[in-house]
Design a binder for this molecule. Structure first.
Ligand code: AMP
Ligand code: ZN
Length: 113
């Protein structure tokens, strides 16, 4: 059994608040939102993080980056938004399945790190 949290969410084994889905990716609301809009976008295929993005899966990542602005528009983020992907312990990655945070709906913190 796959014990990856986000693989299990993609499979529907763990409930989530779906925002978007297609054959390649799935988007849902973060359970602990850091901003009025906080959506996570994940590939359906298990990739641990940005550190494992290669020429073989780059098209999937590029696809996700065409979906992200669609979600931002659908969420009404006309004033701007931020995309974040944490990689590894120093960045505070807690779920080892590649995901992109979309954050917006208020003036975001100036501090990036
Ligand atoms: P990161 O710290 O970059 O690995 O981000 C993981 C994110 O997943 C955090 O913002 C968590 O709040 C979020 N998260 C953890 N479990 C769930 C869940 N069951 N449903 C939605 N979001 C979750
Ligand atoms: Zn996974």
């Amino acid at each position: 059994m796959n014990d990856c949290l986000f693989c299990r969410i993609v499979a529907g084994d763990i409930p989530s608040a779906k925002v978007y889905e297609d054959e390649l990716c799935y988007a849902f609301r973060d359970i602990n939102p850091q901003a009025p809009v906080h959506v996570l976008v994940v590939p359906k295929e298990h990739i641990p993080s940005c550190a494992q993005v290669t020429a073989d899966n780059a098209a999937l990542v590029a696809h996700i980056f065409t979906v992200i602005p669609q979600i931002a528009q659908a969420e009404g983020l006309t004033g701007g938004w931020r995309v974040v992907s944490n990689v590894g312990a120093d960045a505070g990655q807690t779920v080892p399945h590649l995901h992109f945070h979309i954050l917006g709906g208020r003036r975001l913190d100036d501090k990036m790190a």
